[in-house]
Design a protein around this ligand. Structure first.
Ligand SMILES: NC(=O)c1ccc[n+]([C@@H]2O[C@H](COP(=O)([O-])OP(=O)(O)OC[C@H]3O[C@@H](n4cnc5c(N)ncnc54)[C@H](O)[C@@H]3O)[C@@H](O)[C@H]2O)c1
Length: 350
């Protein structure tokens, strides 16, 4: 802290950092973005010259030497999340880390252990939990409107939106393809709606059928077909210990009717609904009804900003973070197991 302000340091200052994360921190009155680390010289120059950020470093080890920094916001590629989080916690910082929290079960377990040892906050930046549609639906669920949610079908499907940067399509940086990039969002949300049950087993399959083809064009421009080494389509079937299950299907490139389908359909004993804006199907007075939810009357929130505001509140008041790392562990277990199952052809049982 300095002059009564919480000091923030970024590890990785690319698209998501310079966008909603930077503006999210800037909105808070008792916060200062104090330093960044990024291997890109152009990014460092932008941070210093355009944004006036005081400390810019090539390596995060140097950033972490600044004692007054309280919170590290990790926005580097997925494969950096684990080493950067461990180093930040060891340096005595709280960590807000972009999704996916890490790229393997073992890494997340290590991060949880280190956070406990350091007595610091650790949270995955699952901003979709902070969308008004998510908050409203979770309220209905917690009040029992859906009864027991026993099954869900979660989609993170895009027709022709393949991110072209190596951050997302080079496995050494991303750890995986659409499952780690967009599947993690819809899985985390679905898992949270379902009450965060313990994973029993996972069966999955991944494909790379379209992304290597030169005749397939994406709406976000060209990508390096030679270097593309992650899946472009994946699906998994997950069973939980308490008699619940879900299906997760994700893609960057899918031959399908809609431009994208980012949704989850929840099947409960007392009602069913499709997030983000479906009608609540419910038996009432012996009649099955569709109940329209008027979510447009709820106040608009910028979900990334809300996630940052809430994380700071947890740091200040020493409260438990809303996206618990133990929940992220189950999410990452599922994603990793889909890859393992696809390779081995077997179900992964926990
Ligand atoms: N929640 C969301 O809506 C959302 C959206 C996009 C990306 N993300 C996540 O944010 C992270 C970054 O994605 P992005 O879109 O900003 O990617 P990006 O490629 O625009 O930026 C990544 C930045 O990290 C830097 N970097 C690489 N190695 C580094 C290291 N060792 N130390 C510090 N910086 C390093 C790169 O130079 C680059 O500037 C990823 O984990 C991604 O999954 C989240």
């Amino acid at each position: 802290m300095k002059n009564g302000k919480y000091l923030i340091g970024f590890i990785g200052f690319g698209g998501i950092a310079r966008g909603p994360h930077y503006s999210g921190w800037k909105k808070l009155p008792d916060v200062e973005v104090f330093g960044i680390s990024d291997p890109s010289e152009a990014v460092r120059k932008f941070a210093k010259d355009e944004l006036g950020i005081k400390y810019v470093f090539e390596n995060y080890e140097d950033l972490l030497k600044i004692e007054e920094i309280d919170i590290i916001d990790i926005c580097a590629p997925n494969a950096i999340h684990f080493p950067a989080t461990i180093a930040s916690l060891k340096a005595g910082k709280h960590v807000l880390c972009e999704k996916p929290l890490a790229i393997s079960k073992k890494e997340v377990e290590g991060m949880i252990k280190e956070a406990k040892k350091a007595k610091k906050k650790l949270m995955a930046a699952q901003h979709m939990r902070f969308m008004k549609e998510s908050v409203a639906l979770k309220r209905l669920i917690d009040n029992g409107e859906l009864g027991e949610i026993y099954f869900a079908v979660a989609y993170a499907l895009r027709r022709r939106h393949l991110p072209t940067s190596p951050t997302f399509i080079d496995k050494s940086l991303s750890g995986g393809g659409p499952m780690f990039d967009i599947g993690v969002h819809i899985l985390d949300l679905t898992y949270w709606f379902m009450g965060c049950p313990k994973v029993h087993s996972v069966k999955g399959i991944t494909f790379t059928k379209l992304a290597k083809r030169k005749d397939i064009k994406g709406l976000w421009g060209e990508w390096d077909r030679e270097k593309y080494n992650v899946e472009d389509f994946a699906s998994g079937f997950v069973r939980f210990y308490d008699d619940k299950a879900l299906n997760l299907t994700c893609s960057f490139l899918a031959n399908m009717e809609k431009i994208d389908d980012f949704s989850t359909t929840l099947f409960g004993t007392e009602g069913g609904i499709k997030w983000p804006n479906g009608k609540l199907a419910k038996e009432k007075n012996g009649i099955l009804q569709d109940i329209e939810l008027k979510l447009d009357v709820l106040p608009n929130v910028a979900p990334h900003h809300e996630e940052i505001r809430v994380f700071l509140e947890c740091v200040k008041e020493d409260k438990e973070v809303p996206v618990k790392p133990e929940e992220s562990l189950e999410v990452i277990k599922i994603l990793e197991a889909i890859y393992i199952s696809s390779e081995t052809g077997k179900e992964v049982i926990f």
